[in-house]
Design a protein around this ligand. Structure first.
Ligand SMILES: Cc1cc2nc3c(=O)[nH]c(=O)nc-3n(C[C@H](O)[C@H](O)[C@H](O)COP(=O)(O)O)c2cc1C
Length: 360
């Protein structure tokens, strides 16, 4: 262990809170509004207990997972998060190196502060690219095509943020993007028009709603994009069913880590009904609130094929750059395997709803 590495996931979280300035902590660690959803994501994991089985034959056990056409050593994916150069000078390249070192799939954010081609060149396991709708079909497709040329193998279209959430913590801290941190992969987009309002006009609906995609646009993109697309930000079982019917590669059950609609349902709580709605063969991923390896176990028991993690990787990067992020991923992977063994599960297929008791 190098000097900067810490012994536990909780120690990384505590050290990150101490290391980040109040403004950066407001951006990276806080949530929207009263942080009801941010808290609920983690509380939901606390309300699930594991019922272990003992004395089973665990020889040949493995945490291997299949996600799309990828075989992963663990069902753990790095979630897309923006502007990583604010956490460590190498930014997204540090995360890509960390993910590659641990064999973890990484998703690059559309709001990456590093060119997607440079991240790909430094990160063989940074294979997914996340994007938002780019106000027009053509611009959105062009971004998908660029990601395909850069060697990404799948896209994650985030659909839960047609406008930014109300981020009290950022407003109170006076957070603004420092000079030099830019979403360098995005070309200039037509911006909503903020001229003075006419009578009866709504600043939010009238000025923004016409550039927000609807299901018809998503269906068009799914038909035309060069790569499979996962829809991220699904919380309602009917939306999950619509996504699969439209041809999505899978759904990512997520409330954006509590950063968008405060009071949205905790991701873990939404998961069982979504699995039920899409059936056993659809790809269902989830994120939000995973802080321990045993949380991955609980998510899989409740229907996830794999999970994404955001804040824990942020903690690792803030404390010790690429080495910290790699160590956090390793701790999560090791803790997950330990949880599997202690619960008597040899493979992911053994982790079923019968392994858990819900206290909600
Ligand atoms: C600082 C920050 C920036 C984020 N940026 C993005 C983004 O650019 N695109 C996106 O789809 N999700 C973004 N997210 C949401 C994450 O992908 C993920 O859904 C969330 O962090 C999962 O919750 P967790 O942090 O509890 O693991 C961001 C999250 C954080 C904390």
């Amino acid at each position: 262990m190098t000097e900067d590495l810490l012994p536990t996931l909780a120690a990384y979280e505590e050290a990150a809170r101490a290391a980040l300035s109040p403004r950066l902590a407001a951006y990276f660690l806080a949530g929207a509004g009263a942080e009801t959803t941010l808290a609920a994501n983690q509380e939901a994991f606390g309300q699930v207990s594991v019922i272990p089985r003992h004395l089973r034959d665990l020889r040949g056990g493995t945490a291997q997972a299949r996600v799309g056409n990828l075989r992963l050593s663990h069902p753990l994916i790095v979630a897309p998060f923006a502007y990583q150069t604010l956490l460590t000078p190498e930014g997204e390249i540090a995360t890509a190196k960390a993910a590659a070192a641990q064999g973890a799939l990484m998703t690059l954010s559309a709001q990456s502060a590093t060119l997607m081609e440079d991240v790909r060149a430094n990160g063989p396991s940074c294979l997914w690219f996340q994007l938002y709708w780019q106000t027009t079909r053509e611009a959105t497709l062009a971004l998908c095509q660029r990601a395909a040329w850069a060697g990404f193998q799948a896209l994650v279209l985030t659909i839960d943020a047609p406008v930014n959430g109300v981020r009290d913590a950022e407003i109170e801290s006076g957070f603004a993007l420092p000079n030099g941190a830019r979403a360098v992969n995005l070309t200039d987009q037509p911006q909503p028009n903020f001229a003075p309002l006419g009578e009866g006009e709504s600043a939010i609906f009238d000025r923004i709603a016409h550039i927000v995609p609807i299901w018809k646009d998503i269906e068009w993109l799914l038909d035309n994009a060069p790569l499979p697309i996962y829809l991220k930000g699904i919380l309602h079982p009917d939306d999950a069913a619509l996504a699969m019917k439209a041809g999505a590669a899978g759904v990512i059950v997520s409330n954006h880590g509590g950063r968008v609609l405060d009071c949205a349902i905790a991701s873990l709580r939404a998961l069982p009904a979504i699995r039920q709605a899409v059936g056993p063969n659809a790809m269902v991923l989830m994120d939000g609130g995973i802080r321990r390896g045993v949380d991955i176990f609980k998510a899989i028991a409740l229907g996830a094929d794999a999970v994404m993690v955001g804040r824990p990787v942020i903690h690792g990067l803030a404390v010790a750059g690429a080495a910290g992020a790699a160590h956090v991923l390793r701790l999560l992977q090791d803790e997950f395997e330990i949880a599997m063994m202690l619960a008597g599960c040899r493979t992911l297929a053994d982790i079923s709803p019968e392994c858990v008791h819900l206290n909600w």
